[in-house]
Design a binder for this molecule. Structure first.
Ligand code: E4P
Length: 218
């Protein structure tokens, strides 16, 4: 499963990129707002840090303006993936861009039928929002399992990008189901490294090592 980080914080992205586990980045208008930076400038910087797909979202609601915005965003770097909402205009834009060889991430997906439409429109990625689904009394991971089943039934190439990930169990379940990608905030990715037995083990080894009175570096 590929790991994308869901943030526009370039310091966090650079830190995680050093571990070699980052396959891409997702941003959205709220994350750009949180960064306090210019959209195009921050996307350009992210594209320089991570060679994989970097999602940049259009903000227009009509197809023509979405296309014009996508034209600006796709010029930023070769690894920009245009993010469009799951609407009729969004899918028209998806179809046109994917026919033109541009990566497209269809976002704000909350049903398996919507995911089917995005695949038929040639989406590179479909982003079902599991956390927001759970928040509203639905089963986010059941949605991922449904989409996996449907995409496999028909051999769609569209990659399932599990979004709105809130905790490590979402990551584990995504991997069990066979999602292609998950995108999570840096805090959730950092939680994945943690285990109390790892910490306890390090403390035990350090205590015994100190008793030897030795150093490795001399
Ligand atoms: C994905 O591309 C979205 O940016 C993101 O996962 C939304 O997550 P949220 O529901 O925590 O805002």
């Amino acid at each position: 499963m590929k790991f994308f980080v869901d943030t526009a914080d370039t310091k966090e992205i650079a830190e995680l990129a050093e571990t070699g586990l980052l396959d891409g980045v997702t941003t959205n208008p709220s994350l750009i707002h949180k960064s306090g930076r210019k959209f195009v400038e921050v996307v350009e910087e992210i594209c320089g840090i991570v060679p994989g797909p970097v999602s940049a979202e259009v903000v227009a609601l009509d197809h023509e303006t979405m296309m014009r915005e996508a034209d600006v965003l796709r010029k930023i770097a070769g690894n920009v993936c245009i993010k469009v909402p799951l609407t009729i205009d969004g899918l028209k834009t998806c179809k046109k861009l994917s026919d033109d060889g541009v990566m497209v991430n269809v976002t704000l997906c909350f049903s398996a039928n919507q995911a089917l439409l995005a695949a038929k429109a040639g989406a590179t990625f479909i982003s079902p929002f599991v956390g927001r689904h759970d928040d509203n009394g639905f089963d986010g991971m059941a949605l991922i399992a449904d989409i996996r089943l449907i995409y496999d039934n028909y051999g769609f190439d569209t990659e399932i990008l599990v979004a709105s990930v809130r905790h490590p169990i979402h990551v584990l379940e995504s991997a069990r189901i066979g999602a292609d990608v998950m995108t999570a905030p840096p805090s959730v990715i950092k939680q994945l490294f943690k285990h109390p037995l790892t910490d306890a083990g390090i403390a035990g080894f350090m205590a015994d090592w100190a008793k030897t009175g030795q150093t490795i570096l001399g």
